[in-house]
Write a protein that binds this ligand. Structure first.
Ligand code: AKB
Length: 318
């Protein structure tokens, strides 16, 4: 990996991944790809090249790949689960037509491609506990449909054309840098902002609903470690289960109370998000990722909560 295009660089994952890649590969071209209306700012804008990179515009993407001699593409353009339910055709256009554009360019120009999958690739008849790497995938959401199709299409381009496609199934991601937008797991980020601002948190997900979650530093590590992994060791490619913590809203509330004893939370559940959450696994088995490329997360719920509260408290006290 030397010259990298990050599509969706101003989003929740892209904003941190792009900066980390620029830190780790100082002599490479790490291009921050963005769309109009989501322009890069601050460090992202000033620390390296930035280009408009719309996944639905194949010609534009091919020109960027040529200009910067791109060898690796992180394709992070996506609508998250709840938004994709509201705009299913747009989700299909971005997630599927966008993906095939990228895979065709990668085939032509010999790029490796990372297109994340998600716990959303599973459905209500998937085993909920210790969800295996290879199991039933019959999601009921448009987000899930596009994630399963992404996994299959990425594997197809690897077996048929030798395109080096690799991916992980991300849990809900928790970050103190860029907010997510329109996901089912967003509550696990929003709760921290309410807690440190001293506001009551209205939780859209019911108590007792368990989902896998991950702190962003581990997610960024996964993106980079998998693309740097020895290809001969990869039995699976698209996409690896990765896990680090699983909790329900009550467990997270109790952990936050250890730091902010007067934190208040009540439930007002959102039927769309609750139905999606109910169809997702409680906890994935990530042993294939551990065995095939050495996946090993650093954060659990306790250390993530401490770091989130310390970081956000510092920011909001200024
Ligand atoms: C969402 O909630 O839609 C995402 C995901 C788990 O893929 N965070």
């Amino acid at each position: 990996m030397k010259n990298v295009l990050v599509i969706g660089s101003t989003g929740q994952i892209g904003s941190e991944l792009t900066l980390e890649l620029r830190r780790q590969i100082p002599d490479g071209n790490i291009v921050a790809g963005y769309i109009k209306g989501a322009e890069p700012h601050g460090d992202l804008l000033t620390s390296g090249p930035c280009e408009i990179a719309d996944v639905t515009n194949a010609e534009q993407l091919a020109q960027i790949v040529d200009k910067y001699e791109i060898d690796t593409i992180y394709n992070l353009a996506a609508l998250l689960s709840a938004v994709a339910e509201a705009k299913p055709l747009l989700a299909w256009d971005i997630q599927m037509n966008g993906l095939i554009n990228i895979l065709e360019i990668a085939r032509d120009k010999k790029c490796a491609v990372f297109t994340p999958s998600s716990i959303g690739a599973f459905g209500p008849n998937t085993p909920k506990e210790n969800t295996p790497q290879d199991t039933i995938q019959r999601p009921k959401t448009m987000y899930g449909v596009t994630k399963v199709a992404t996994e299959l299409l990425s594997d197809y381009y690897f077996t048929k054309y030798g395109v080096d496609t690799r991916a992980v199934r991300f849990p809900g991601l928790i970050s103190n840098v860029t907010l997510p937008g329109g996901g089912t797991t967003d509550y696990a980020v929003d709760i921290f902002y309410s807690a440190v601002k001293g506001e009551e948190f209205v939780c859209p997900i019911q108590a007792g609903t368990f989902m896998d979650m991950m702190y962003m530093p581990d997610a960024i590590k996964a993106c980079i470690d998998l693309m740097n992994a020895d290809p001969s060791k990869l039995v699976h490619r698209n996409a690896f289960n990765i896990a680090s913590m699983s909790f329900d809203p009550e467990m997270l509330r109790n952990e936050i109370l250890k730091f902010i004893p007067d934190f208040k939370m009540r439930y007002e559940f959102d039927s769309v998000r609750q139905a999606i959450a109910d169809s997702w696994p409680d906890k994935m088995d990530d042993s294939c990722a551990r065995e095939e490329w050495g996946w090993s997360p650093e954060y659990d719920m306790q250390s993530m909560t401490k770091d989130m509260i310390e970081t956000l408290s510092q920011r909001f006290s200024k």
